[in-house]
Design a protein around this ligand. Structure first.
Ligand code: OAD
Length: 240
């Protein structure tokens, strides 16, 4: 670990352009469950119901109530040391698969959400209506004021396209970067995981080895909230 940490620090010290690419492990130490760990979300509920358009159409009230509970949990939590380290890192952008807003609340600039966010709803029929949601007081199932269809969380579900502008921004950022720091993702969900392959150099930060390791120049095994503050301090000695 110590040797790998030194390799990672050297890579960052020599890299003028760094991006982060994160998954659920980044927010785990804020108390937000990951998806595929043994206590993960998809071990507790069926993603074909709670993360698909078909599931929402067949059980809209249950799906809406589940997202309301997730929103309240998010409202009650705070960024952890990993989010805070990224916010002060000076790295160019922060590409995330996470639908929480903890990077923004920590003060990170240029956050790119590949899988949407929980802080808005949109028209399920795709008429274009989008409305901000108060995470502490999330709405129950409601209808689109423009077209009357159901409103749904503004997140990407299985089988759906990623937001085109977020994808274009993320791909351009990762291709320009000298190093991508990949944090807390199983790298099992595509097309997002494919972005890692486009990076010139990859530092992987995870509590275990993952598919991201196949692209990694160096793998740091440990928790994001422990490792990221060590990396960021190394990246810029003026930052504490
Ligand atoms: P996963 O649950 O698939 O993976 C979480 C990763 O975080 C695992 O590799 C863990 O080992 C790691 N991890 C857990 N705790 C950690 C910690 N404290 N520090 C560092 N790493 C830690 O989550 P994602 O890769 O984000 O999609 O999943 C990708 C997508 O699958 C999500 O965006 C979501 C889900 O279905 C949508 O909602 C569209």
């Amino acid at each position: 670990m110590t040797a790998n940490l030194e390799v990672a620090r050297k890579l960052l010290a020599d890299a003028p352009n760094v991006v982060s690419f994160s998954g659920a492990g980044l927010s785990a130490e804020s108390g937000i469950a990951t998806f595929r760990d043994p206590d993960g979300v998809w071990k507790q509920v069926d993603p074909t119901v709670y993360a698909s358009a078909q599931g929402f159409q067949s059980q809209p009230t249950a799906v809406s109530a589940w997202y309301a509970a997730r929103r309240r949990t998010l409202a009650d939590t705070t960024p952890n040391d990993a989010h805070r380290a990224l916010a002060r890192s000076g790295w160019q952008s922060h590409i995330t698969q996470n639908v929480d807003n903890l990077l923004e609340r920590a003060g990170a600039p240029n956050v790119v959400h590949l899988h949407g966010t929980l802080d808005s709803d949109r028209c399920h029929a795709g008429c274009g209506y989008v409305v901000a949601v108060d995470l502490a007081r999330p709405p129950s199932l409601s209808t689109c004021p423009d077209c009357g269809a159901m409103l749904r969380p503004n997140v990407v579900w299985f089988g759906e396209m990623l937001p085109a502008s977020a994808w274009a921004t993320a791909e351009s950022a990762i291709q320009r970067a000298d190093v991508a720091v990949v944090i807390g993702t199983s790298a099992e969900v595509w097309p997002a995981a494919g972005l890692i392959a486009e990076a010139r150099k990859v530092i992987s930060v995870n509590t275990e080895r993952t598919y991201a390791g196949r692209w990694a120049t160096v793998e740091l095994i440990g928790s994001a909230a422990t490792i990221l503050p060590m990396l960021v301090t190394a990246a810029d000695p003026n930052i504490r």
